[in-house]
Design a protein around this ligand. Structure first.
Ligand SMILES: Cc1ncc(COP(=O)(O)O)c(C=O)c1O
Length: 438
């Protein structure tokens, strides 16, 4: 290999050899973060950081001010109600009506400590509703830590890469898993982390109808709500709405994170919006783990109570205030995050001009949107080897291997941390990579 690389060859080699993995390309997101931090410190060179999905924008003032005001009112002294403060519940109910066109009552809109806790809590209840079922079906690629959550609880899971099963082909593939009678919950994110594919209405209809047929509950992770920038989901109460499986089944739970849409990741607030029919439904098998057989009661007074006994009081007020501004049409949250789409368009162009390809490139026949993440490959490299090689060129990413993807040639890149002044540097480094590997 050429040792005259943009980042000092010996330092990179040394850090890779010390990472305690047979292949650094198989490292988790947080492990890559650590290695890159170490290389940056030792060489004084900045990487193009694309490994971690950190919001790269400042949080809206409305949220910060509302949070400070709540603290000044003294809310910190009181335990928050587990099912959420009234303002948040009211605004969450309005939000799902205005941006998803769904009627979900305020009682069924609950706060969680990020969507991370939302998924943990909902897995813990759904996967225990029926003693004859075993766990979760992940429609992959997906967010690796959610599988870790399921494992921690001792539930089983199945998964498949949706790459070859888009459109009508999804039906039979999905049904083949549901037919086993072992699936309690179906999990996916839409837009998808890591691939940024977005399910079409037809695909959501297939998922919803099969969930009803086989009595499985869909956990729809909307961490990137409204961020398919090909369509305009920004107008409250006006179509088009963020697509959702909830239009096709009553067996659903929606996870709405504030981390990316409001750049509020640090304050850890998400919303769990539960279908009314599911919330009220009784499952006798739940009493093996929870005090009550009602689904909603088990979620609130079983799972959420024992996990954190509610969500930080002040940050609930922050999200309530931001949602109110969005619902009132005063804060165009989607316009705010469109910056990610702008960055992705430029970055993807620079990659493809240097012989890289986009791995997940289509939603059925349509080119995927430009957004928070994209996936890429380079001829002749596996994803794991490509990740390692690119570290010498000062570019960090994660391997699709760890996301349940079968596209072993692929890597995931996140554009959130790339600033305007780095585009030129990215181009120089990718040109160097191309020159050394063509
Ligand atoms: C698909 C997906 N779900 C959930 C999360 C976590 O959301 P939160 O920060 O609200 O816990 C992320 C964050 O990266 C994500 O990509």
């Amino acid at each position: 290999m050429n040792k005259n690389t943009p980042i000092n060859y010996d330092t990179v080699k040394d850090k890779i050899s010390k990472c305690k993995k047979s292949k650094v390309g198989n490292a988790s997101i947080r492990e890559i973060v650590r290695i890159v931090n170490e290389i940056e410190t030792e060489t004084g060179e900045k990487f193009i950081r694309m490994e971690m999905g950190v919001p790269g924008l400042t949080p809206p003032e409305i949220g910060t001010e509302a949070e400070i005001a709540a603290l000044r009112r003294g809310v910190a002294a009181k335990y928050p109600m587990i099912d959420g403060v009234a303002d948040l519940k009211d605004e969450a109910q309005r939000f799902v009506k205005l941006f998803l066109d769904l009627d979900i009552s305020r009682e069924h809109c609950l706060p969680s400590v990020g969507s991370m806790q939302g998924s943990y809590a909902t897995f813990s209840v759904i996967n225990r509703t029926d003693r004859n079922k075993e766990g979760t079906l992940f429609i992959d690629p997906g967010f690796p830590v959610q599988k870790q959550q399921v494992r921690m609880m001792g539930h089983d899971f199945m998964s498949f890469d949706v790459y070859n099963y888009r459109g009508e082909a999804l039906h039979d593939k999905l049904e083949s898993y549901l037919k086993t009678g072992k699936v309690s919950s179906i999990m996916y994110s839409n837009p998808n982390n890591p691939s940024w594919i977005c399910f079409t209405e037809r695909e959501l209809q297939i998922i919803g109808e099969l969930a009803t047929k086989y009595d499985a509950v869909v956990i729809e992770d909307l961490a990137y709500f409204g961020m398919d920038f090909r369509k305009d989901f920004a107008q409250p109460g006006v179509a088009p709405y963020q697509p959702t499986v909830a239009h096709y089944t009553d067996n659903y739970i929606l996870l709405i994170s504030s981390s990316k849409v409001f750049s509020y990741a640090g304050q850890r607030v998400g919303i769990i919006a539960v279908s009314g029919k599911l919330f009220e439904r009784e499952y006798p098998d739940l009493t093996r783990y929870f005090p009550n057989k009602q689904f909603g009661h088990s979620l609130v007074f079983g799972a959420l109570y024992s996990l954190s006994s509610g969500v930080t009081h002040s940050s609930q007020y922050a999200v309530a205030a931001m949602l109110k501004a969005v619902n009132d049409g005063e804060f165009k949250f989607i316009d705010h995050v469109k910056e990610y789409g702008r960055r992705a368009k430029i970055v993807k162009r620079i990659f493809t001009e240097n012989d890289f390809s986009i791995v997940y490139d289509k939603d059925e026949n349509e080119k995927i949107a430009d957004g928070f993440f994209f996936t890429f490959s380079y001829p002749g490299f596996s994803g794991v080897d490509l990740l390692e090689e690119m570290l010498y060129y000062g570019i960090s990413s994660i391997s699709l291997n760890i996301t349940g993807s079968e596209r072993t040639e692929g890597l995931r890149a996140c554009v959130s941390q790339i600033n305007g002044h780095q585009f030129e540097q990215l181009e120089t480094r990718l040109k160097a990579f191309y020159k050394d590997h063509q």
